[in-house]
Ligand binder design. Structure first.
Ligand code: SF4
Length: 423
């Protein structure tokens, strides 16, 4: 049986949106169908998300960018998060992840689903842990049943993709400890909660042992599983260690099992990886995970630039895209420091879009090269309108040029304009 006969929600979604998707991606229906069937591409879109605009992620579609937003116990402002959602979309984010961990999470999620036609992702484990932490209890006390109920409830609500840290095992968590040589230990929120749960309950990860239950729910709603990297390196020095690869290998097996049972899967990737290791990491993860779409956080190529982590992440992101990454999760200037504000969100999305574009240019993708050629021709012609159309961030272009908008040249050289000089 094909993927489409197992996952009828996906089949209907593709039929309904096929024409638009082909136009957006400059791909034929046959190429899209083939890539979805072999699992190198996923179509994000839960039919329960009202008016969702489904999105293709994976080769050979264009690289996509995600923006993380959400409340925290120190800054719990739903309206503020909704403003960030709008800012992220306006800056060109393709998807939004609601990582809220404070307030009425169901209500916040619903408001985001209502406000966003682009796919929305979540981490259901956060909602379960929040109940315990808010009650002053240990999150390791949650029962697997509560977690599966939460996954089901969010799928019914319309969440399009979910991070589930199914690949973290007791062994992997032990290997990722400082005692075993890691500098940073476990830095993923979901990974650390599950590691704590496994240690307290002396049991294996329920998301792994009862993976079948997650698949059943995901298939019914066409929720794409984003197989979380709970053991991703949180420092450049930890990249590529045994704990990371132990989990990657497990994620690859889970992605294959998911696809075979009609569930679309992506794999999440690092994290902090030094420049000289990015390409090898990405190619290795892609191979181990059967070319499932790879969704990375960064990777940050250096650890020492708090306040500028969107730049460290964009450098890694560009290298990663060139090596085959499909989906970039943004980093903002607030990373490692605080919850991002509106300006941080905008800067983060634009930085990731530049990374995606740089990687695609290096890969020779036609749409990216077209943009480059259009910009060069516009610069040569001093055609500021055309430059605006080709720019990744036209808003900033206009703002910077505002003072001299009526002049043919710009204020950099004025009458010394080299372009004009040689006409
Ligand atoms: S003034 Fe200088 S910077 Fe501006 S368009 Fe002309 S050559 Fe380029």
């Amino acid at each position: 049986m094909s993927l489409f006969s197992k996952n009828t929600a996906l089949s209907h979604l593709l039929k309904r949106h096929c024409e638009t998707l082909c136009q957006e991606e400059h791909l034929s229906p046959e190429i899209i169908t083939h890539a979805l069937e072999k699992g190198s591409m996923v179509l994000l879109g839960n039919p329960a998300h009202r008016d969702v605009l489904p999105l293709l992620v994976g080769q050979p579609a264009k690289v996509k960018v995600n923006a993380n937003i959400g409340t925290s116990p120190l800054r719990n402002d739903k309206e503020g998060e909704l403003r960030k959602l709008a800012a992220a979309l306006e800056a060109g984010a393709d998807t939004i992840m609601d990582l809220s961990i404070a307030g009425d999470l169901r209500n916040i999620r619903q408001s985001m689903l209502d406000a966003c036609r682009r796919p929305i992702g979540t981490v259901p484990l956060y909602a379960v842990a929040q109940r315990y932490i808010d009650a002053g209890k240990d999150p390791a006390e949650f029962s697997p049943e509560e977690l599966f109920d939460e996954i089901e409830s969010q799928a019914e609500q319309g969440v399009d993709f979910m991070t589930v840290h199914c690949g973290i095992t007791e062994r992997g968590a032990a290997w990722a400890s400082e005692q075993n040589g890691r500098v940073m230990g476990i830095v993923s929120r979901g990974g650390s909660i599950l590691a704590r749960w496994m240690r307290a309950n002396k049991k294996e990860n329920p998301l792994l042992t009862e993976y079948e239950r997650i698949l059943k729910c995901a298939r019914r709603h066409n929720v794409t599983l984003s197989l979380g990297d709970g053991l991703r390196p949180g420092a450049g020095a930890d990249a590529g260690d045994a704990a990371q690869w132990d989990e990657v290998i497990m994620l690859g097996r889970l992605a294959r099992t998911g696809l075979e049972s009609g569930v679309q899967c992506m794999v999440e990737g690092p994290g902090h990886v030094r420049m000289n290791e990015v390409e090898a990491q990405i190619r290795g993860i892609k191979t181990a995970c059967h070319n499932a779409p790879l969704y990375v956080l960064g990777p940050l190529v250096v650890d020492a630039c708090p306040g500028y982590d969107h730049i460290a992440g964009a450098i890694g992101g560009a290298l990663a895209v060139r090596a085959g990454v499909d989906f970039l999760c943004y980093l903002t200037p607030a990373e490692h420091l605080t919850l991002p504000d509106l300006d941080d969100v905008r800067a983060g999305v634009i930085a990731s879009r530049i990374a995606a574009h740089a990687g695609e240019v290096a890969m020779g993708k036609a749409s990216a090269l077209d943009r480059e050629n259009t910009m060069s021709a516009a610069r040569k012609a001093l055609d500021w309108k055309a430059m605006q159309c080709a720019a990744i961030d036209p808003k900033t272009l206009c703002a910077k040029r505002a003072e001299h908008a009526g002049e043919e040249v710009c204020a950099m050289c004025g009458e010394f304009c080299a372009v004009k000089m040689l006409r």
